[in-house]
Design a protein around this ligand. Structure first.
Ligand code: NAP
Length: 219
């Protein structure tokens, strides 16, 4: 399994404003992200990202020649609260869509999601068991994964040692806000030395002053 986290943040580490606005990337950066999407088998996002952004998670804005097949969309959603009119579910019969829920999700909720054309995986008691979900999707041929947030999902992937690579775009902006979501949320590590260790591989400067940093995870 190859797992990459990609995110865009402001210089002060926010991936959204206090109101949940996350339009941080420039057009150039969006093209890069869509080209990256085209190179993976599946894209993972948390339910809060779907509720706030209603993303499509498809390959539309690539400028380079890329394969046309959209990766599968995998939504991490404990109780199955994904709206039936969300963009991912509305297009679930055309683009493979997987909703990973827990035992808390009601059977009628699950069948409504399935009726939209999505596959539902039940895994975990209160929060979704990511390792089990990854092993299930691997059996479906989804081996290269792009995690596109948000902060809580990023924390779960990092803290469980599931990440191989982090790509982060730093936009020349500051938005502040105590409640604004940062790149990694969750409980956090108690000290800097116990945090996740990264090795910088590449720095790319984009035309509007954005920096794209490529990190590998260090043991
Ligand atoms: N700039 C960027 O690159 C970028 C990218 C993505 C998102 N965003 C922004 O980030 C914000 C959303 O981020 P967020 O941190 O609030 O939420 P999130 O990571 O999108 O979703 C977190 C939710 O997923 C569910 N979940 C189920 N199992 C989980 C598990 N094992 N680990 C973690 N979460 C699990 C939980 O809700 P339930 O228990 O209710 O299921 C949890 O609250 C939005 O404002 C969005 O715009 C920005």
């Amino acid at each position: 399994m190859q797992i990459t986290i990609n995110a865009a943040m402001t210089v002060d580490g926010k991936i959204a404003s206090i109101l949940g606005n996350s339009e941080i990337s420039s057009e150039e950066d969006l093209s890069r992200v869509h080209e990256l999407r085209a190179s993976v088998d599946g894209i993972v996002v948390g339910i809060s990202t779907v509720l706030v952004d209603d993303p499509r998670l498809t390959v539309r804005l690539a400028t380079k020649q890329v394969r046309r097949k959209h990766p599968a969309r995998i939504i991490i959603d404990s109780t199955g609260k994904i709206p039936l009119d969300s963009r991912v579910l509305r297009t679930a019969s055309k683009v493979k869509t997987i909703v990973a829920v827990t035992e808390l999700a009601h059977t009628d909720t699950i069948s409504k999601i399935e009726k939209m054309g999505a596959v539902v995986i039940v895994s975990g008691k209160k929060i979704v068991n990511l390792k089990k979900v990854l092993s299930t999707v691997k059996n479906m041929g989804i081996k290269k994964i792009l995690v596109e947030g948000g902060g809580e999902i990023n924390w779960s992937f990092f803290s469980q040692g599931l990440v191989n690579e982090l790509i982060v775009t730093i936009a020349p902006r500051i938005v502040g806000g105590r409640q604004a979501t940062t790149l990694v949320e969750g409980e956090g590590y108690p000290s800097i030395s116990s945090g996740v260790k990264l090795q910088l591989q590449k720095v790319q400067m984009q035309t509007n002053g954005e920096l794209v940093l490529y990190y590998k995870l260090r043991n």
